[in-house]
Design a binder for this molecule. Structure first.
Ligand code: PLP
Length: 351
């Protein structure tokens, strides 16, 4: 049986969280002398001399409306990367607990494990980039607190089978984190709809991809109240800054624009895949549910370097297990994709 009390680290359970000036007073007042801010103002036209809302309620209310999840079930971090780190800090005892990750996948799950002195048990994806369910089951032990799944997965681009994820949610007694950074580019349904079904489900999304706000650093977690409460308890008090809160709120009014870009991106992805397939050196293009393509190509490293020399940067994944000989290519604008395809066509003959 899933029991959150068994998962939270004892020191975090005992922790008395920092109470900021903005936590202790909320309401209307005219004279704020409680936070040692600069009362004269800020050199900028806006009130940036004041600390921001620690719990980002306005922004969360807007996200709640868009996602159909109550604001209390949302946690916001300084990018998903902060969310990942806070999950380790809340639930994994350093030097004792472990987590499961399924490479090839997003690198920060393992890096964050290392930073927090938590063992990352690796269960590689199968050759078709799906979960190895038997090995996952035999790897889980009584010290396994978190299981990271990335769907659609980076760098492979595919979505994981829904039935497999459901089986894990039903049987694993730790938290299942589903990183849906690329969900907008996929036809798959988000697991956000399943939050009421599974108390151990943590869905992670970000404003860095489809929403085009990577510079603002806003990552989102959707989960059960006890998980959100513990993350709020341990986060740095003002982890999402005022400028990011305001700009994200403004950007979230532009759903139509984002949907339009996403639709175009998906069309461009298929067009770029078709164009690259024509190149004799391209062996395989993996089907993608994301905003990038994983391309298996002859002499991948040489191609990568030749592209760099032309000022075109893609991601060399050729030495990553299961991605041998592959480049990961972000889908760009039609013009950028054209430049890339043309450059690859030209370079192929000279490698
Ligand atoms: C799967 C996945 N999750 C999370 C992130 C990072 O998200 P953020 O910009 O919100 O930290 C990335 C970035 O590449 C990613 O590929």
């Amino acid at each position: 049986m899933f029991d959150i009390e068994k998962l939270i680290r004892p020191n975090i359970k005992k922790l008395k969280p920092y109470s900021s000036a903005r936590d202790e007073f909320s309401g209307t007042a005219s004279v704020f002398l409680d936070a040692n801010e600069n009362s004269f103002g800020s050199p900028l036209p806006k009130n940036y001399n004041r600390y921001p809302d620690p719990l980002q309620w306005k922004l969360k209310e807007k996200i709640a409306q868009i996602k159909g999840v109550p604001a209390q079930h949302i946690f916001l971090g300084n990018g998903s990367d902060e969310c990942i780190d806070l999950l380790y800090r809340a639930f994994c005892n350093p030097g004792i607990d472990n987590v499961i990750i399924c490479p090839p996948t997003y690198g920060m799950y393992e890096v964050s494990a290392g930073i927090n002195d938590v063992e990352a048990l690796k269960v590689s994806l199968t050759n078709d980039f799906q979960l190895d369910m038997e090995r996952i089951a035999s790897t889980i032990d009584e010290r396994t607190k978190l299981l990271f799944l990335c769907s659609p997965n980076n760098p492979t681009g595919n979505s994981l089978y829904r039935e497999d994820i459901e089986l894990i949610l039903n049987s694993f007694e730790g938290l299942v984190i589903i990183d849906e950074a690329y969900i907008n580019f996929s036809k798959q349904q988000s697991f956000i709809r399943e939050l009421t079904e599974y108390p151990n489900l943590v869905v992670m999304q970000t404003l860095s991809k489809a929403w085009g706000l990577a510079a603002l650093r806003v990552g989102m977690i959707f989960s059960s109240l006890p998980v959100i409460e513990v993350l709020n308890k341990i986060k740095p008090p003002y982890n999402v800054n005022q400028a990011s809160q305001e700009l994200a709120l403004e950007a979230l009014e532009n759903i139509a624009q984002v949907n339009d870009w996403t639709k175009k991106l998906v069309e461009e992805r298929e067009k770029l895949a078709a164009d690259l397939k024509q190149l004799p050196g391209v062996q395989f293009i993996y089907p993608s549910d994301a905003n990038f393509l994983l391309v298996k190509i002859n002499e991948a490293r040489n191609m990568y370097e030749a592209l760099v020399n032309k000022g075109i940067i893609v991601r060399d994944r050729s030495r990553v297990a299961l991605c041998e000989g592959c480049l990961r290519i972000t889908v760009g604008t039609p013009e950028e994709n054209e430049i890339l395809a043309e450059a690859m066509r030209e370079l192929e003959n000279n490698l």
